[in-house]
Structures are given as C-alpha cells and as structure tokens.
Design a protein around this ligand. Sequence first.
Ligand SMILES: NC(=O)c1ccc[n+]([C@@H]2O[C@H](COP(=O)([O-])OP(=O)(O)OC[C@H]3O[C@@H](n4cnc5c(N)ncnc54)[C@H](O)[C@@H]3O)[C@@H](O)[C@H]2O)c1
Length: 250
Amino acid sequence: MGDFVGQTAIVTGAAQGIGRAIAAELASQGANLAICDLRSEKLTAFAQELAASASGQILARRVDLSRAQEISDFVREVEERFARIDILVNNAGIHPLHAIEEISDEEWDLVLAVNLKAHFHLCKAVLPAMRRRRYGRIINISSEAGKNGGTIAALHYSASKGGVLAFTRNLAQQVGSDGITVNAICPGRIASEMSGSVTPEENQRFIDKSIVKRLGTPEDIAFAVAYLAHPRASFVTAETMNVNGGTLRD
Ligand SMILES: NC(=O)c1ccc[n+]([C@@H]2O[C@H](COP(=O)([O-])OP(=O)(O)OC[C@H]3O[C@@H](n4cnc5c(N)ncnc54)[C@H](O)[C@@H]3O)[C@@H](O)[C@H]2O)c1
C-alpha cells in the first residue's frame, strides 16, 4: 500500500510503544516521517531501522515536548526539510501512578504540559502550513481514561486526556473549512511500557471486561491512525474513536 506517498507525517513519542507502531505503519504506506522523542538513542535506532525498509525519508530528533521552543524548532526544521506537513499525530504521553496526596505541583504541570499543552504548541506550529495547502490530518491520542476517568490513581493523566477530547472537538470546528480534520483516539489498555507499569491483576481486570479478551497492541492503534489520516477520511472530524476491545461502549 502507498496511500501516503509524497505526504509528510509528524509522530511524537515515536521511540517505542504506540508511537513507534504508528510511525512504522505510516512509513510502510510511503509517508515521509518526522519523528521525535525524549529517548534519543532508541529513536535513532528506530529511525535507522525504518530508513532501511521505508521508501519515504525519515527525520528523527530529540525533542522535549514540555518545552515550547523545542517544538517550534522541530516543526520549523520539518517544514524546511519536507516543505509540507500533512499529518500530525500527537501521541507522546506520560502516566505517573500517584494518588492525589502524592502529586506535587511540578508533577501536575509536567503531565499537563506533555499530554495536553504540547498538543496546543504542535497544532499551532503546523496549522499555517496545513492551511496554506488547505489540507491536514491531526490525530490526538487520548485514552479511555479521558472518558471514564480511568481505573488507576492518576488524576492528572485522566484530566489531561479528558482535556484532549475537548481540545480536539474545539479545534476541529476552527479548521474544518480549511480541509483539516481533527480527531482523537481513545485506546483501551495497550501492551506497552506504560501498561507494564500497572499490576498484572489490573491488566487482567481490563482483559476480563473486554469483549475480545486481550490487551490491545500498538498496531491496533496504528491501524486506526492510518484510517483517520487517510485522504478519504475527509468527512470524519471532531470524532473520538474507541480502540478498546469493547470495554467502554459509548
Ligand atoms: N498503553 C496504554 O495502555 C495506553 C492506553 C491509553 C492511552 N495511551 C496513550 O498512548 C500514547 C502512547 O503510549 P504508550 O503506551 O506507547 O507509552 P510509552 O510510555 O511506551 O511511550 C510514550 C513515549 O513518549 C515519550 N515521551 C514522554 N515524555 C516526552 C516528552 N516530554 N517529550 C518527548 N517525548 C516524550 C516517551 O519517551 C516514550 O517513548 C500516550 O499518549 C498514552 O497516554 C496508552
């Protein structure tokens, strides 16, 4: 398949887990990729792997998404290198497991900065290029926790993911007439480092509650992203797609 040949996609948090699978999926369909993460060694190794098999070009940069300047420098470099940005996938996220009493102001601010404010900075930075070409696909990775509040003590995480949903709907109505869609995905529990930090019992509870009786895979989310990123998904916007094996049904 080459549905994204000639297009450029930014994927954040692509060194591992869901972001890595999203980047691999878009690259396998011919996209040029601009990937970023805090973990530069892992990201570079992945970029080298991708470059060996993908037909598109790969740009990989260490970016700390809690720093606005690093985001704008990264997006400027992507524009200079590829002259267009078609797809933005806001995927990176953090999920510290702390009860409310244990959450410091600093930790609260960091979770909101990475999980929500970075979306604002990235969208603001890519929108001029998307508007100029009257085309864009923005996909924000939220969470089931953004809808139901979550089942694990991570108040800031759930608040940030709920914020991503409102952010998605509001931005969608601001940019729709410019040919830009903005959608969110709410993954259920996905096998990754993040879900590895909760207890096996907690993950088993998710599996028991699901219809398909398994955790999700990063590839399950990547496939949903590829659909929302597709040029033919032009009538899908302000939507939240559950990819959760049937746990939360709404
Ligand atoms: N795994 C799950 O069960 C699950 C469920 C629902 C939603 N999600 C969401 O999916 C997304 C990806 O999660 P994952 O499971 O792959 O997690 P992960 O922890 O495996 O990967 C997250 C990536 O984001 C990067 N990152 C963290 N802080 C960053 C920063 N300041 N700047 C740049 N990069 C940074 C990390 O280095 C890491 O590579 C997250 O937004 C997460 O909230 C995951």
